[in-house]
Design a protein around this ligand. Structure first.
Ligand code: PEP
Ligand code: MN
Length: 263
């Protein structure tokens, strides 16, 4: 079902009046995690002003250490909804467990399945049974074929609204947090009709690499980018070193607009 052979035209996924795929370039921006109402509303207003089409914000965080900030959980979803009401931006947030599936169907506009859960097959089957768009992030050490097969689980269970996300993979290189596999974009687009976006923030792990890699993603044909933006990166509860400030995000959007039209 994911295969382009049986579906030659590009799939365009609609989220309210916005689209991901086809001729549009979708920019999703926001903090790694939702921290407070002022934080999420402030960032949402700033990224909207710069031209983002969607707001991201983690409520449930998949942290490497159990002692790190785990997210505001359900309270985080409530704050995202406040930000959506104030800005009109549809919201993207990560679902880690089927336990909260109904809540996510109710509250968010796009469900994110994180890299660490790309092969959580029971979770994939359950998001396959709903119709909400899903951003499926590539696993830390997953091949493109494994990513396509993970999406196949979702489509096979009935949900065809899947967006792939290349977010970097583990290699021997350790200057950057991960290695952004830009070749995955044209490869996935050749093999599948589904949209592909790029997350340069998690790929690079360093804020100053986000803009050049976002531009590169656009040039290789990505259908959008997902960017971490924080008002105070030095004090962010998660991923501050790869987060850009709203002013930098504005500059990034200006440079993307020199390359192409953005939704
Ligand atoms: C995220 O988007 O905040 C995240 C945890 O990403 P990934 O699953 O790609 O590590
Ligand atoms: Mn993050």
């Amino acid at each position: 079902k994911v295969n382009r052979l049986f579906h030659p035209e590009d799939t365009v996924i609609s989220v309210g009046d916005r689209k991901i795929g086809g001729d549009t370039f979708a920019v999703i921006a926001g903090p790694c995690s939702v921290e407070s109402e002022t934080q999420i509303v402030g960032i949402a207003e700033a990224v909207k002003k710069s031209g983002a089409a969607f707001l991201r914000g983690g409520a449930f965080k998949p942290r490497s250490s159990p002692y790190s900030f785990q997210g505001l959980r359900e309270d985080g979803l409530e704050l995202l909804k406040i930000a959506r009401t104030k800005t009109g931006l549809p919201i993207v947030s990560e679902l880690m467990s089927t336990e909260y599936l109904e809540r996510f169907v109710e509250d968010v506009d796009i469900i994110q399945i994180g890299a660490r859960n790309m092969q959580n097959f029971e979770l994939l089957k359950e998001v396959g049974k709903i119709q909400k768009p899903v951003i499926l992030k590539r696993g830390l050490s997953s091949t493109i074929e494994e990513l396509l097969l993970a999406a196949e689980y979702i489509l096979a269970h009935g949900n065809e609204n899947v967006i792939f996300c290349e977010r970097g993979i583990r290699t021997f290189e350790n200057y950057t947090r991960n290695t952004l596999d830009l070749t995955a974009v044209p490869v996935i687009k050749k093999l599948s009709h589904l949209p592909v976006i790029v997350d340069p923030s998690h790929a690079a792990g360093l804020w100053w690499l986000v803009e050049p890699m976002a531009k590169a993603a656009m040039v290789v044909g990505a259908d959008g980018v997902m960017i971490e933006v924080h008002n105070d990166p030095a004090n962010a509860k998660c991923d501050g070193q790869q987060s850009i400030k709203p002013e930098k995000f504005q500059a990034l959007m200006d440079s993307l607009r020199q390359l192409a039209v953005i939704q």
